[in-house]
Ligand binder design. Sequence first.
Ligand SMILES: [Zn+2]
Length: 255
Amino acid sequence: MVRSLTKTCWWPNESAPCPNASATVDEPLRKRLTESSGREELIRIPVLVTFLVISGLSNAQAPATTSAQTLEPLDASGEITYFIATGAPESRFRPSDTDLVALALQAWARSTEGKLRFSPAPESSAVLRVYWVAADFGQYGEMRPIVVDGRRGAAVYIRPDTEALGAEIAIRSREDSLFRDTVVYLTCLHELGHALGLEHTAEFADIMYFFGFGGDIVAFFERYRSQLRSREDIAGVAGLSEGDLAQLRSLYSVR
Ligand SMILES: [Zn+2]
């Protein structure tokens, strides 16, 4: 049986600071955020992961905040099963995108000294499920916790239509298919990071960086793209920072 919990995270195509952030949190947290003088303090507040900032979205359209319990490590005592769906045509999914999910799982797994092991499974029993969905409000992806036979799991939604992620991303993706694959791969990596329990950070170097903090988002992707000569290189360039790995190792007790 599968029970869907509250969705937690979007990775919006928005490089502006979080203008609506304090409007979506409860009053004590709003006070702490208002009094906070720096991002270091912000990232210690787990509920920050629930912020959604998309230009043009009203507060009424934005999802409400969810509890910190939406991000937790998965049970890694055995193999973590996963299922990758076939994308609907309107998602602009390419069959080769399936490889990018598998590569993202491998990237997270290989820094854990064997503690994270993934294996494919049918959708009905898979703890991790990846779906390709149509573009919506410039989002890159989303993760929703689910419960599968009493165990925590996650449904990850990837939006591979780079035409809908802003003019700069669209143009670069049209002229360079490896840039397009970079966007899809890094989105998989980020959302699977949430599925594994990782929170957002304010460090631009991290794959778990939250775009709401600003910065050059095209440069964020170019940094990874510049390390590739061919698509095959994705298997050898994880795209994870020391900060990402530290967060992962902490969650899964890897030394
Ligand atoms: Zn995120």
